[in-house]
Design a protein around this ligand. Structure first.
Ligand code: SAM
Length: 180
């Protein structure tokens, strides 16, 4: 089944403004580039928001960046009214064993990722606790692989509307054209 029948959003929990600025920015950039529609962050960090908005202005596409005061209430509301929840954790089921089930559900998906220890209530509220291998690594890597699979490699073909710049892929050097 084609992964584009549902929309995917990311909920970043445990963002610590000084420590996590760069990682959360990378999470958001990966989310956008790999086809998610937006990110919700549990701490108001204007530096993260403005760097994502700058990227969107230059490279196009609509990507939502919002801050949520109570991420657990947000997740509960998502589950009641919007769709299903996938929590990325090294303790979950390995992705290959469930990817076809995840893709066969047309429901929109909220992907929860942590930064430090994730409270157990998120493990319980999630429809799926999913691992990208049962070893600790990174939320950036885990999110990229999940989106790559759920969105059918959209990263290679996705089009971002109203971009100001476009890259002409080349073997050597850099080629960029200005579109507007
Ligand atoms: N020990 C922490 C925990 O309680 O999960 C690991 C924190 S890790 C630095 C930050 C985030 O990366 C986790 O909350 C999870 O979302 C993601 N992550 C790390 N390893 C993962 C894996 N093997 N599979 C899926 N997600 C992973």
């Amino acid at each position: 089944m084609n992964g584009s029948s549902y929309d995917i959003y990311v909920l970043r929990i445990g963002h610590r403004p000084f420590r996590d600025k760069r990682v959360t920015t990378h999470v958001a950039l990966v989310a956008r580039a790999f086809g998610a529609k937006g990110i919700f962050i549990d701490f108001k960090d204007n530096a993260v928001a403005s760097s994502i908005r700058r990227v969107c202005k230059l490279w196009g596409g609509e990507f939502k960046v919002e801050f949520v005061e109570d991420p657990y209430a947000f997740a509960k509301n998502w589950k009641l009214n919007k769709g299903e929840i996938i929590h990325l954790t090294m303790y979950g089921l390995n992705l290959p064993s469930v990817i076809e089930v995840l893709k066969s559900s047309p429901k929109d998906k909220l992907v929860i990722i942590g930064s430090e220890k994730v409270p157990s209530k998120y493990y319980k509220i999630s429809d799926w606790n999913i691992a990208i291998g049962n070893q600790p690594h990174s939320e950036v890597a885990a999110l990229a692989i999940l989106l790559y699979e759920l969105k059918d490699k959209w990263i290679y073909t996705g089009i971002f509307k109203d971009a100001m710049m476009k890259i002409i892929p080349c073997r050597k050097g850099k080629k960029i054209v200005r579109l507007n």
